[in-house]
Design a binder for this molecule. Structure first.
Ligand code: ZN
Length: 92
C-alpha cells in the first residue's frame, strides 16, 4: 500500500470536531468540509507516505506553536462558514 497522506488534514478534522462542540453553528457535513478547506488552504501541508503516516500521527501538531496556529485557523473557519453557511463557492 503506497500513496501520500496529508497529516494536516486529519489534524484539522479532529480540531473541527473539538471546537465545534462549543458553538451553535450548523454542523452538517458540507459545513465541516468547508471549514476544513478554509483551514487547510491556510496551513502548511504535511505529506508523508501513507504507511509512515500511521506511525507519525500527530507529528508536530503536538508542539504548542503549531497547535496554536491550527486552533486559530480552524476557529476562524468555523466562524466564517458558520456565519454564512452553504454558500456555493470554492473560494476557501
Ligand atoms: Zn451546514
Amino acid at each position: 500500500m503506497t500513496g501520500l497522506v496529508n497529516l494536516m488534514e486529519e489534524t484539522v478534522l479532529e480540531k473541527i470536531d473539538q471546537l465545534w462542540k462549543q458553538t451553535d453553528y450548523c454542523k452538517c457535513e458540507k459545513c465541516r468540509m468547508d471549514i476544513a478547506a478554509f483551514a487547510l488552504n491556510r496551513l502548511p501541508p504535511r505529506y508523508v507516505q501513507s504507511l509512515e503516516g500511521k506511525l507519525l500521527h500527530r507529528f508536530d501538531a503536538s508542539t504548542t506553536q503549531m497547535d496554536v496556529e491550527i486552533t486559530a485557523m480552524v476557529f476562524k473557519g468555523i466562524q466564517i462558514v458558520g456565519d454564512d453557511p452553504h454558500k456555493n463557492t470554492n473560494e476557501f
